[in-house]
Design a protein around this ligand. Structure first.
Ligand SMILES: [Mg+2]
Length: 217
């Protein structure tokens, strides 16, 4: 049991949740006291890191956890309408055929991910699903995953679409693949120095093969 383990972020990496999230955030703007996001603002945010976005938004700091919780509840109601990123299912299937064990590690709610996976018949692709809001950040989730399943960083890769995915992986000593089809732009991802940076799900297999070539088998 020493197959390399590839953990995936969910939103923006596997599931195309972007437009739905914006619609939900704009719905809650009045209630939480911020301006609805224009298309220009959405594009501008893509070039910012998560911390910069929170600073740039006018949401008061103490309201942010409540906003996140509320938005995620609304997301659940819309989850069955979300599609997988184009080409990602084929790439995931190929990885499992090549002997990689796959998992999802996300700060989205488990129930949301389950709805999506069931709806697209993708349950059998993943061995692990670690989900849940954490105020401690994804690097803690990554460390907890390693302890819980006794899987060390030498056989682990994280795949995500945001700068915070890169930072979390680095903090926990895990190699990271960044994808440019999600939330953050290629430019800002590049600044955070991922171990691989890909623009299309078809490139996933090769990037993973390269990064895992020295992994113990
Ligand atoms: Mg994401």
């Amino acid at each position: 049991m020493s197959d390399p383990v590839i953990l995936f972020d969910f939103d923006g990496t596997i599931a195309d949740t972007h437009q739905m999230l914006i619609a939900i955030l704009n719905n809650l703007a009045g209630e939480f006291g911020y301006e609805p996001l224009s298309e220009a603002m959405v594009q501008e945010f893509r070039g910012l890191s998560s911390q910069e976005i929170i600073r740039a938004s006018k949401v008061s700091a103490f309201k942010i956890p409540f906003l996140i919780r509320r938005a995620k509840e609304d997301v659940q109601a819309s989850m069955a309408t979300v599609s997988p990123i184009g080409g990602i299912v084929k790439s995931l299937e190929d990885l499992t055929k090549q002997g990689y064990a796959l998992g999802i590690l996300t700060s989205n709610f488990e129930e949301n991910v389950q709805i999506f996976l069931a709806h697209h018949d993708m349950n059998n692709l993943f061995t692990w699903l670690d989900a849940g809001m954490t105020i401690f950040g994804k690097h803690r989730m990554l460390r907890r995953f390693q302890e819980k399943h006794n899987i060390g960083p030498e056989r682990l890769i994280y795949v995500g679409d945001e700068t915070r995915d890169i930072d979390a992986a680095k903090k926990s000593g895990v190699l990271v693949v960044s994808v440019t089809w999600g939330f953050n732009t290629r430019e800002i991802l590049e600044i955070h120095s991922p171990d691989a940076l890909i623009d299309d799900p078809a490139q996933l297999g090769e990037a993973i093969a390269q990064l895992t070539q020295n992994f113990p088998r």
